[in-house]
Write a protein that binds this ligand. Structure first.
Ligand code: HEC
Length: 117
């Protein structure tokens, strides 16, 4: 009984998306699929509904952006069409998210593949 209550609490924490804590590892892939894939596509290629979204599977595009630049774009948005996410991501979440974005194109950014540890 107590055990199922604890499991239930963990499921709720995971469903909240940005709950952080020792009980939950942040997944760059999960963040990307939840917040970015609807425009940029699950594999980084823009969806047919959002053809103007940047192709994040194109290494030349992603290599040209520093981690800090991607942080800023995600926080402030990019006119036209890219929403500002403000401070809804922690810095740790942004780091794994950027690492995942880089992994889509094999970009050699400083955090590349950090999510594969
Ligand atoms: C509602 C659709 C939408 C969502 C959701 C979205 N984007 Fe974008 N994104 C765009 C569009 C459109 C552009 C191109 C803006 C422009 O014309 O400069 C863009 C541009 C970018 C760029 C800039 C590339 C460059 O060449 O400068 C990056 C990086 C990026 N998005 C990452 C992300 C990440 C990471 C997420 C998830 C947190 C995300 N986007 C969510 C639509 C979206």
């Amino acid at each position: 009984m107590l055990r199922s209550a604890v499991v239930g609490a963990l499921v709720i924490a995971a469903a909240c998306g940005e709950a952080t804590g020792p009980e939950r590892e942040i997944s760059g892939q999960q963040l990307y699929e939840q917040y970015c894939a609807r425009c940029h596509g699950a594999d980084g290629r823009p969806t047919p509904e959002q053809p103007q979204a940047r192709n994040l599977a194109d290494r030349r595009i992603v290599d040209a952006l520093s981690d800090e630049a991607i942080f800023m774009i995600v926080q402030r948005g990019r006119e036209p069409g890219m929403p500002a996410f403000g401070d809804q991501f922690t810095e740790a979440s942004l780091s794994v998210l950027v690492a995942y974005v880089r992994s889509l194109s094999g970009s050699r950014g400083s955090h590349a593949r950090a999510d594969e540890r």
